[in-house]
Structures are given as C-alpha cells and as structure tokens.
Ligand binder design. Sequence first.
Ligand code: UD1
Length: 425
Amino acid sequence: MDRIRIRGGKPLHGTIPIGGAKNAALPLMAAALLTEQTLQIANVPDLADITTMLDLLQSHGMGVETCEDNGSNGGRTVTLDGSRITRTTADYELVRKMRASVLVMGPLLSRFGEARVSLPGGCAIGTRPVNLHLDGLERLGAKIEIEDGYIHARAPKGLSGALVRFPSVSVGATENLMMAAALADGETVLENAALEPEVIDLARCLVTMGAEINGAGTTCIRIQGRQKLGGGEHSVIPDRIEAATYAMAGAITGGEVRLRGIDGSLMGEVLKAIEVAGAAVVVEPDELIVMRNGPLRAVEVTTAPFPGFPTDAQAQMMALVATADGTSMLTEAIFENRFMHVPELVRMGADISVRGNRATVQGVPVLRGAQVMATDLRASVSLVLAGLIADGETTVNRIYHLDRGYERLVEKLAACGVEIERIYA
Ligand code: UD1
C-alpha cells in the first residue's frame, strides 16, 4: 500500500489552488438520475469517491464522459447522460465503499418508482444511520422494506409532495429529499433542513434543470414538484474543507499560504477558530491568505452544522493545537466516534485525553515524527498536518483514505516548500 513520507519543520510558503467540493459533487452527480437529458458538471475533483460515484451511476446505465477542465485547479468536467437507465439497484459492493451512495435513492425512486439500495452499515466514525432519509421518503408516499440487507423503496404511482420535518439536521437526508421532491406531485416543504453550502449548490443545479426550489440555505426549503426535469450545465463550488485543511497547514507551520479559488463566505466559523489559534486570516475575493508569526494558542471548539465549526475539520484542528500554549477543548457533537486520530497523535507526542465526546489537548512543545495511520479521511490528513511540524520523519500509512478526499495533496504541499513524497508500494 502507498505511503506518504514527510520531513517536518519547513514553513509553508506559496499558493494552493482549491478544488471543487467532493461533498457538493457527489449529490450533483446523483441528480443526473432525475433526467433523461444530459447534465454537464464542471470543476469536479479527481478523487476516489468521485470514481466510486461514477462507477455506481454507470451500474445503473448512466452514460459517463469526463474531460479535463481548462482551469488551473485540476478539475474535470463530467457529462452524465441519464437517457438509458436500466437498473435501479445500488449494489453492496459500491455502497460499502462510500456511504454517500445512498444519495441515488431519492432520484431513482422519484423518476422510476423504485430503488433498491444496499444498507450502508456502520463506518469508522460511527453507526451513521439513514433513518432520516427513509422516514422522509415515506412521508412522500414511498413504501419501504428492508430485505436481505437492502433498502427496497417503492412508489409505483410516483411520490407526492408533503411536509417533512427532520427531527435533527442531516445534510444527506436534506439532499436526498430535495431530489426526490423535485419530481413529486405537488409541494414539499422540508423543515429543519441543513444549511450547508453543498445543499445550496445542489438546489441551484436542480433549478437549472427546471426544478422550482425556494429557501435553500435556510431551515425551510420549499420544492414544487415537476413532471420532468431537463439537463443543464453546472460548476461545483470550491471545497471549504480542503481550504480549511490547508489554512491550518499554513498556520501550524508558521508560514503564509494563499488559498486560491475559495470564497470566504463558504467557510463559516472555521476561520474564526483558526484566528483564535494564533493565525491571521485575510479574506479577499476568491482567495484566502493565512499566516502566522506569533505563538499557537489554545482553542475551545464544538462541532456543529453549518455555519458552525465543521466536524470534517475537527481532526485537523486537534493537530493544530497539539503544540499550542495552554489547554484546548474539542467537543465532537455530530458523530459519535470521531477521535480515531487521537491515539496516533499521542504516538507523535501529543498530550490528549478523551472523555465521552470531548477531547482535552494539553499543548506540548514539540511533536515527534512516527509511523502512523488512520481509519478515515480527515483523521488521516490531521496526521499529515502533525507531520509538517514534527521533529524528524513521519510516515502516514493507509493513504487510500486521503485519496478519497484530497486531490494532489503531495504536489500541493510540495509546491509550498514541504519535504513530502508519496512512496508507491
Ligand atoms: C455529510 C458529509 C460529511 C460530513 C457530514 C456532517 C457528504 C457526502 N458527507 O455527511 O463529510 O461529516 O455531512 O457535516 O456530504 N443521521 C441520522 N440519521 C440519518 C442521517 C444522519 O441519525 O438518517 C445523523 C448522523 O449519524 C450524524 C448526523 O445525523 O450524527 C449528521 O449526519 P449527516 O448530516 O446526515 O451527514 P452526511 O450527510 O452523512
């Protein structure tokens, strides 16, 4: 298995282009199932999760073409042709690789009256149920049965608009329901909807395809169902989690990085937390500049839905404050088991104790390079961040997790002066 080797100690200096958001691209690609026309999506990052979604869509009969974008951030344009969908089953083999596969359920069900999707099961960061997706689809009239590890959803006469009030906020359930409702009969109202920029991006694309959607980006989204949707062209928003990760890479090394192609309004509270940790952040149109001259300082952070501090940046923040002055508190309020990076950071010399969903980080003067590995994407990248300042050499193993969510990570960091290389197995 490939590994990444880092020799710590070099401050980051340079410009990092931010790619298209993985978590926006995945639902946008699933939305192509809603139409028999062609949906063209630009600024799609070249990542393993995107390949998994393309494989899944092809398994349903979707025509797929990809070509390189002209821009400098390495994105691709994916052209999806849903005119010959032949299969409404999403197999276990693909769903188990990526939980976001469940996003095909709403579109398949609303366009074809049926969807069979493997139950995603648990994953490294907790049980992650899909009850909110299923309860919502039932409100729109679907009959749902669980058979042989598959969710079998049926609506032979089509879905009907309804009021869906989510008991708790879910990004994926909001997206699945918005797509299903776009082809339902009548009006659907989603209450307690997720506010994430990726939800807004999906709504924009659906509107381009002919859907009528109001309120995306607020807690109440109204969707007037249409009999058909058309194709369209759409460009994926930049990846706010990739940007947050490199902002923290600049901050942890005491360097100065320019993050090109990111809109500060997508970042929510994460920038404030990076400033509290001792970095200066300048928000320019289409660019963020992050630098640090003074010491790293302790933070208190609790993860929350957008615009709160994102759970997807919690592991990176823990690496950032591992060498800060004072004691930091990081509370994980979204997922039940998202501290897998802690034992590995401790092996690098960090002083972290976990009680329930709260991690207490006592800053230490230095981290030491080590052999480390992690079981999820953001945990893995937090070990890369720690490696940037560790004494000596850090080798991050099992980097297929990084390939799921960070495009050209080694190249982007190396271009800013980091001694980093990928070792091919
Ligand atoms: C999305 C992101 C993921 C991010 C997460 C929270 C994608 C592809 N992934 O995941 O990177 O970490 O948002 O910002 O966009 N829940 C239920 N029942 C459900 C659905 C969710 O109990 O049916 C719970 C989850 O276990 C979790 C919380 O709700 O505790 C939030 O999860 P959700 O917002 O649904 O996350 P995802 O959409 O899976």
